[in-house]
Design a protein around this ligand. Structure first.
Ligand SMILES: *Cc1c(COP(=O)(O)O)cnc(C)c1O
Length: 810
C-alpha cells in the first residue's frame, strides 16, 4: 500500500529529500554524515505528518485523551514510513542515493520515557487509536532524562543518565502558545457575597507547563493524532544577578533548576513512591496542564455547556498516576467555570475512566495526607468532600448495623490512616474500571477491589491488552513479514485477524521452509548484535530461548537461571545426558533501588561467565545477557526468539505483552497460566504452547495454608534442586563478583515467596519436553506458524475497538 499524497514517485521523494538536506544544512546530501541525513529525512517526514494533522478529524468528533506518565515510544522513523505506506519507496530512494534506510534508522534515538509494559502499552494504544481513525491524543511528561541506561560491569547493573535530547528530538514541536500555568502550595481563601461563597487560591509557586507535540500517524496515513508531552519551566525570570556577579552561579539559577526538576527524570517503578514530592508534582503538573488544555479546546467548540462534557470528551487514566484528573477537573469546573458541585462530580465520572495495571500491593499508590494537602490545598478540599459524601452514601448501600461497614470503609474510602489512596480515588471518580487480562480482572473483582465490585459491579470490565502488530511484527521482522504478505496479501497490516489465513499454510512444506529461513536470518541479525553488545558468540543453529522484560521477583528470572544451572550440572555429571543445544538469552533492567532484582542480574552474568567459559558444555549451551533493554533492541530480540519464557508465579502478572509480541513472531510460549498466557493458550490450543506449574488458585491456597516450606523442597531433591541452591553460596559462581548469599536467603530464609523451588521440577520437565519437540522441524514450524496465525486477537487495534465500544462509547 502506498500513499500517493505523500510522494508521487521515488524520484519525487529523492528530490524533496535533497531539497530538505540543503534547506537544513546548506550542504548536499552526499556531503552529510549519517546522523545529519537522518535528521533531514526525519524533518521531511515529520512535516508531512504536521501537514495532515489539522484536518484529520471531522468537527465535533468525540475526543479521547489518554493520560499516562509513561509513553515508551521506541524509534519512530520506520514506524512513520510503514504507517504512511511509503517504506519501500523511501528505502529504494535512499538506496538509489547511495545510502541505506537501515543505516539512517540506526541514527535515531530510542526515547526511554517509560519503564516497561505500562509505557509501551500506552504507545501501542496511540498507534491503534490513530489506525482506528479516532481523535485519540496522548498526554504525558517530557522528561529531560529518560529511564537510565544500563551497563554491565563485573556482572553488575550500572546505571547512567539517559541524555536522550542531547542531539535534539526531530519529531517534537514546542508549542509556546499553548503553555499553561500550574500552581503548587499557597493558601485557599474563602470569599462570600450576597449569601454565595467561593474559593480562590493565592500565593504558592506558579510553574509554566510548556507542551511539546509529537505526531502519531495512523496506518494508511489518513489520520494524524498527537502525543502532547509537558515540560516544566519557570513562570518568571527570577535570575539573581547579584549572586551571579558574586560568582555563585548555582544560586543565580536556582529559580530555574528548582522548577525544571519537576520534568527532569522519569521515576523507575518497583521502588515505592513514598515521600517523593517531585513525583507528586509531576503527576499534578501533567494532569492540570492536560485538563486545562482540554477545557480550553472544549470551550471553543461547545461554549460553557459543561453538563455535556462527557458526551464529547473521554479522559482515560492509565494506572493511578493520573488519579488527580477527577478532583482537578472538579476544581476547574467549580472554581473557574462556576459549575455546581454535584453536577461537576457527575460530569467527572461521565468523562473519566481508569485502567488498573497491577495487583502488587506495594504498587497501589498512596500519599501522606499532610504532604498532599500542603502541596495541593484546594485539590485536597475536593478530595476530602467527595470522600465525606462517599462515606455518607455507603449508608445507602449497606444495611444499618451491617458489621461489614467498617470493612468496606477501610477498603474503599479515599482517605484512610493518614493517606490519600490513589486507586480508590481513581475508582470513585470513574465510570469504568478495567483490568488488562481475563484473570487479572477476575482477581480485581475477587480480591483487590472486591468491596467496590460488590457495590458497583457494572463499573468493572476486562480489556485484554494488545500490541501493535505493525511495529512488533511488520517493522521488527521484515523477512517474516515479507513471507506473510506474499502468502496472504498485505491486508493483515490493516486488520490483524487476516493472519488467521496463515493456517492454510501449516502443512505447506515450502512455506514452512521459508519461515525457518526467515527465523534463521533474524537469529543471525540478533547474534551479531549480541556479539557486539554482550561479547558473547551464539551459534544460530541452537534454539533461541528468550526471557526479556523488567527484572522483578514475581517474573521469576531466577527460576529460568535455576533451569540453566540444572542443565549445566546434569551435563557435567552424566555424559549421556544431551540437552537440545540452546542459547539462553536474557535482557531487562532492574529498578535502581531494587536490590534483589539487581542481584538476579548479577547471577545471570555470573552463570554466563561460568558456562560460556566451560569447554565441556560450550557446544551445547550458552548464556547471554543483552544490556540496556529498550524498544529498539527488543524488536531485534522478539523477532529472533523461538521459545518465549513467560514464567511468572501465577496470579502475579497482570497481562504481559511480550508474550503477545513473541507469539506474533512465531515463538512458542513456555509459561504458567498467568495473565494473558491463559488467553494465548486458549487460542492456540494445548499442542501449540507449553504450560506448566501451579495455577493461580493453587498458589493462593498454598500460601493461605501456611504449609509451604522451601527446606522441604530442598531436602526432597538434594541432587538437582539442592545442589543449585548450594551453588549460590559455595563459590562455584563467585569468580566474577562473589557469591549470592542474599538470593540464597530470599529462598531459604524468607521461604521462597515466589515459589521458585515449588515450580522447578515442572518447569525443567516442560522445557525438556518442549525442546525435545524442536527436533521435528516441520512439526515445530507448524506450531510456530499457528501462533502467528492466532495472534490477530492480540493486536492493540482489537483492544482499542473494545475500549471504544464499551468504555468511551465512540
Ligand atoms: C513489551 C515490552 C515490555 C513488557 O514486557 P513484559 O514481558 O510483558 O513485561 C517491556 N519493555 C519493553 C521495551 C517492551 O517492548
Amino acid at each position: 500500500m502506498t500513499n500517493d499524497k505523500i510522494f508521487e514517485t521515488e524520484q519525487d521523494f529523492i528530490e524533496q529529500y535533497r531539497e530538505e538536506c540543503v534547506a537544513r544544512y546548506g550542504t548536499p546530501f552526499e556531503d552529510l554524515a549519517d546522523h545529519e541525513r537522518f535528521f533531514a529525512l526525519a524533518e521531511l517526514i515529520a512535516n508531512k505528518g504536521r501537514a495532515i494533522f489539522p484536518q484529520s478529524h471531522p468537527k465535533g468528533a468525540k475526543k479521547v485523551y489518554y493520560f499516562s506518565l509513561e509513553f515508551l515510544l521506541g524509534p519512530l522513523l520506520d514506524n512513520y514510513l510503514i504507517n504512511f505506506g511509503i517504506r519501500d519507496l523511501v528505502a529504494d530512494g535512499i538506496k538509489e542515493m547511495g545510502s541505506s534506510l537501515e543505516d539512517l534508522c540506526r541514527q535515531e534515538v530510542d526515547p526511554g520515557l517509560g519503564n516497561g509494559g505500562l509505557g509501551r502499552l500506552a504507545a501501542c494504544f496511540l498507534d491503534s487509536m490513530a489506525h482506528e481513525g479516532i481523535a485519540g491524543y496522548g498526554n504525558g511528561m517530557r522528561y529531560r532524562y529518560g529511564l537510565f541506561r544500563q551497563y554491565i560491569e563485573g556482572g553488575r547493573q550500572v546505571e547512567r543518565t539517559d541524555n536522550w535530547l542531547a542531539n535534539g528530538f526531530p519529531w517534537e514541536t514546542r508549542k509556546d502558545g499553548s503553555s499553561v500555568l500550574v500552581r503548587f502550595g499557597g493558601q485557599v481563601v474563602r470569599h462570600e457575597e450576597n449569601g454565595k461563597f467561593w474559593f480562590t487560591q493565592e500565593g504558592g509557586e506558579i510553574v509554566r507547563a510548556v507542551p511539546y507535540d509529537v505526531p502519531i500517524i495512523g496506518y494508511g496515513g489518513k489520520v494524524v493524532n498527537k502525543l502532547r508531552l509537558w515540560s516544566a519551566e519557570p513562570y518568571t525570570e527570577d535570575f539573581d544577578l547579584d549572586a551571579f556577579n558574586a560568582g555563585d552561579y548555582a544560586r543565580a539559577n536556582k529559580f530555574r533548576s528548582d522548577v525544571e526538576a519537576i520534568s527532569t527524570i522519569l521515576y523507575p517503578n518497583d521502588a515505592g513512591e513514598h515521600g517523593r514530592m517531585l513525583r507528586l508534582k509531576q503527576e499534578y503538573l501533567f494532569v492540570s496542564a492536560g485538563l486545562q488544555t482540554i477545557l480550553r479546546t472544549y470551550e471553543r467548540e461547545f461554549g460553557s455547556d459543561w453538563e455535556h462534557l462527557g458526551d464529547h470528551v473521554c479522559i482515560h487514566t492509565n494506572d493511578t498516576h493520573p488519579a488527580m484528573c477527577g478532583p482537578e477537573l472538579m476544581r476547574i469546573l467549580v472554581d473557574e467555570k462556576g459549575v455546581d458541585f454535584e453536577l461537576a462530580y457527575k460530569v467527572c465520572k461521565e468523562a473519566i475512566s481508569f485502567t488498573n495495571h497491577t495487583v502488587m500491593p506495594e504498587a497501589l499508590e498512596k500519599w501522606p495526607i499532610n504532604t498532599f494537602r500542603n502541596l495541593l490545598p484546594r485539590l485536597y478540599m475536593f478530595i476530602d468532600e467527595v470522600d465525606r459524601r462517599y462515606r455518607d452514601s455507603l449508608a445507602n448501600h449497606l444495611a444499618p448495623n451491617d458489621g461489614n461497614w467498617t470493612n468496606v470503609l477501610q477498603n474503599t474510602a479515599i482517605l484512610w490512616d493518614g493517606q490519600v489512596r490513589m486507586a480508590n480515588l481513581s475508582i470513585i471518580f470513574s465510570h469504568s474500571v478495567n483490568g488488562v487480562s481475563a484473570l487479572h480482572t477476575q482477581i480485581l473483582k475477587d480480591s483487590v477491589f472486591h468491596e467496590f465490585y460488590e457495590m458497583i459491579p457494572h463499573r468493572f470490565n476486562n480489556k485484554t491488552n494488545g500490541v501493535t502488530h505493525r511495529r512488533f511484527l511488520c517493522e521488527a521482522n521484515p523477512s517474516y513479514s515479507k513471507l506473510i504478505t506474499e502468502a496472504i496479501g498485505d491486508v493483515w497490516l490493516d486488520d490483524a485477524n487476516e493472519l488467521e489465513k496463515l493456517t492454510a499454510f501449516e502443512d505447506d512444506a515450502s512455506f514452512l521452509e521459508g519461515m525457518e529461513a526467515a527465523k534463521k536470518a533474524d537469529k543471525e541479525r540478533l547474534a551479531a548484535y549480541i556479539k557486539e553488545t554482550a561479547g558473547v558468540e551464539l551459534d544460530t543453529n541452537t534454539v533461541f530461548d528468550v526471557q526479556v522484560k523488567r527484572f522483578h521477583a514475581y517474573k521469576r528470572q531466577l527460576l529460568n537461571v535455576f533451569k540453566v544451572l540444572d542443565i549445566y550440572n546434569r551435563m557435567l555429571k552424566d555424559p549421556s545426558y544431551s540437552p537440545r543445544p540452546t542459547s539462553f538469552i536474557f535482557s531487562g533492567k532492574a529498578a535502581q533501588s531494587y536490590t534483589f532484582a539487581k542481584e538476579v542480574i548479577r547471577l545471570i552474568n555470573s552463570v554466563a561467565d561460568v558456562i560460556n567459559n566451560d569447554e565441556r558444555v560450550n557446544d551445547k549451551i550458552k548464556v547471554a545477557f543483552v544490556p540496556n533493554f529498550a524498544v529498539s533492541n527488543a524488536q531485534l530480540i522478539y523477532s529472533a526468539a523461538e521459545i518465549s519464557e513467560q514464567i511468572s508465579v501465577a496470579g502475579a502478572e497482570a497481562s504481559g505483552t511480550s508474550n503477545m509480541k513473541l507469539m506474533m513472531n512465531a515463538a512458542i510460549t513456555l509459561g504458567t497460566l498467568d495473565g494473558a498466557n491463559i488467553e494465548i493458550s486458549e487460542l492456540v490450543g494445548p499442542e501449540n504452547i507449553k504450560i506448566f506449574g501451579l495455577h493461580a488458585d493453587e498458589v493462593e491456597a498454598l500460601r493461605a495454608s501456611g504449609r509451604y516450606y522451601a527446606w522441604d523442597m530442598y531436602n526432597s531433591d538434594r541432587d538437582r534442586l539442592g545442589r543449585i541452591v548450594d551453588m549460590l553460596t559455595d563459590g562455584t559462581l563467585a569468580r566474577l563478583s562473589g557469591n549470592f548469599e542474599s538470593i540464597h536467603d530470599y529462598l531459604m530464609v524468607d521461604n521462597d515467596p515466589d515459589l521458585v523451588l515449588r515450580d522447578f521440577h515442572a518447569y525443567a520437565q516442560a522445557w525438556e519436553e518442549l525442546t525435545g519437540f524442536y527436533g521435528d522441524r516441520a512439526a515445530w514450524n507448524k506450531a510456530a506458524l499457528h501462533n502467528t496465525a492466532k495472534a490477530g486477537y492480540f493486536s492493540s487495534d482489537r483492544t482499542i475497538r473494545e475500549y471504544m465500544a464499551d468504555i468511551w462509547h465512540i
